[in-house]
Write a protein that binds this ligand. Structure first.
Ligand SMILES: Nc1ncnc2c1ncn2[C@@H]1O[C@H](COS(=O)(=O)NC(=O)[C@@H](N)CS)[C@@H](O)[C@H]1O
Ligand SMILES: [Zn+2]
Length: 477
């Protein structure tokens, strides 16, 4: 191994935590050396991935939502209005108390999430049922004074990429349908990142403060723990009553609106890095890869038209919208392969004098390492379909990896045996004491009732009562 490669070797993905932390630096995703706990800095390459990921989210939401932006600072009187909500955020909220040297007469909360910033405005904007449904979202930074172990992309104190949607509806049922739509959007969003997610209804004690119920999407990480990568909350008319959001119905009556909110953060990027990466570094799904194809000219003493052929190949690929780079630096080919594999570039094209004579290029796939020669006459179509194949193959492999680690268990021993590997499914009668005892007994959390759960008959492993549902349980981030 060359000198710089030896001391730069990435730890094996077997020790996931070291691998993940080291890859954030070597893959140029985030620099964790910023001098405030829980705040991290995007490297440009990581920020480019972030932009591509959130472009996918925008394309999905913009079909029937509108994007906007609300202020970061929330006056204490508004923030303290919703008791249940605040109980959920009271101990996580940052306060601004001064303007320069002058103490503020009303202290201002840094938004941990934006209900209490947005809903006073919704009160002003919503008059009649003709104004409904209202579906807005914003992609902003939010701040939470997390006291648990902070981790880049996973548990931040400044959530830099918080996509929060806030919708308003005429009825409870309309809002419930929107919660289902939100989960469909998230499942499609994650499919485009080749990340399988499991949707489940959180137990009551784990729902969003101020919500009637919460549906969450969880990703299963390589270490067998789950990461909550998106949530949708049915807020009922709880916030409408607190912020007096009413509309005039067809009979001229003032009616409280029903609402939802649903959010995704940069955990989406943590999930895709963790799901697909390997011991050589990032493996990026083509849809979000900043560089989809890297061209490596193989030059010996004389260039023999290789550079020109690479330039031509690059412009042909760019012409069909493929994000392509040529690495004509004077690094050795091996060092180039190492660098672009670390950055997860899905396709590498090698082109040397012999390839040129055969009017061909050698294509190397990042995900499987397979190499195959393609004629330069058809290379643009071949590369395009290869990028699609790579996405599909990443998604199939990820689904296989996740579903093979969901264990249908009949008793607590089965759960305890399988929990270190992934997610267990076990009967639960649904009452809270049993749920909390179950969590205690297995030392893990109830994720919730799978949204695709069919009726099933069994016994609660805690109290023995009849149970008609199985729940996902798992160790979580
Ligand atoms: N400290 C954090 N760091 C990174 N992501 C986080 C953090 N806290 C929450 N998230 C992500 O943000 C998502 C939405 O957060 S939440 O609290 O569940 N829901 C809300 O705040 C609602 N207002 C919907 S936007 C979570 O599902 C989780 O994926
Ligand atoms: Zn029970």
């Amino acid at each position: 191994m060359a000198e710089q490669e030896k001391d730069a070797a990435l730890p094996s993905k077997e020790n996931f935590s070291e691998w993940y932390n080291d890859l954030l630096l070597k893959g140029e995703i985030m620099d964790v050396r910023y001098p405030v706990k829980g705040l991290y800095v995007w490297f440009p390459f990581g920020f480019n991935i972030r932009r591509n990921v959130y472009d996918i989210m925008r394309r999905l939401l913009d079909k029937d939502h509108q994007e906007t932006m609300f202020p970061l600072l929330i006056p204490e009187n508004e923030f303290m209005k919703e008791a249940e909500h605040i109980k959920g955020f009271e101990d996580e909220v940052y306060w601004v108390t001064h303007g320069g040297l002058t103490p503020l007469d009303v202290k201002l909360a840094l938004r941990p999430t934006s209900e209490t910033a947005i809903y006073p405005m919704y009160k002003l904007w919503i008059r009649s049922h003709a104004d409904l449904p209202l579906k807005l979202y914003q992609i902003v930074n939010t701040f939470r004074y997390e006291t648990k172990h902070t981790r880049p992309l996973i548990r931040l104190r400044e959530i830099t990429s918080f996509k929060e949607a806030h919708t308003v509806h005429a009825t409870w049922d309309d809002a419930a349908a929107q919660v289902d739509e939100a989960i469909r959007i998230y499942t499609e969003f994650y499919r485009q990142l080749a990340v399988p997610v499991l949707a489940s209804k959180r137990p009551d004690w784990d729902k969003f403060p101020g919500a009637d119920y919460t549906i969450a999407t969880d990703a299963l990480m390589p270490d067998g723990k789950t990461l909550q990568v998106g949530t949708a909350h049915h807020l009922g008319d709880n916030f409408a009553k607190t912020f007096d959001i009413t509309y005039e119905d067809a009979e001229g009556e003032q009616v409280y609106a029903h609402q939802t909110c649903y959010g995704v953060s940069e955990r989406s990027i943590a999930a895709l890095i963790s799901m697909h990466g390997d011991d050589k570094g990032l493996v990026l799904p083509p849809a979000i890869a900043p560089v989809q194809v890297v061209i490596i000219p193989i030059i010996f003493k004389k260039a023999e038209g290789v550079l020109e052929a690479c330039e031509e190949l690059m412009s042909k690929l760019e012409a069909v919208g493929i994000r392509v780079k040529m690495d004509a630096s004077d690094d050795r080919p091996g060092a180039k392969y190492y660098k672009w594999e670390m950055k997860g570039v899905p396709v590498r094209l090698e082109l040397g004098p012999r390839d040129l004579q055969n009017n061909a290029a050698m294509l190397a796939r990042r995900d499987t390492g397979e190499k195959q020669q393609f004629s330069l006459d058809t290379i643009v179509d071949d590369v395009s379909s290869m990028l699609d194949d790579i996405h599909d193959s990443l998604y199939e492999k990820a689904k296989e990896s996740v579903y093979s680690r969901v264990f249908d268990c009949d008793d607590l021993d089965g759960v305890k045996e399988n929990l270190p590997k992934g997610i267990a499914k076990i009967f639960w009668c649904g009452n809270k004491e049993c749920g909390l005892k179950l969590e205690d007994e297995i030392g893990a959390g109830i994720l919730g009732i799978p949204t695709d759960q069919e009726e099933c008959k069994g016994k609660c492993p805690v109290c023995g009562a009849d149970a008609s549902t199985k729940v996902y349980v798992a160790r979580t981030y």
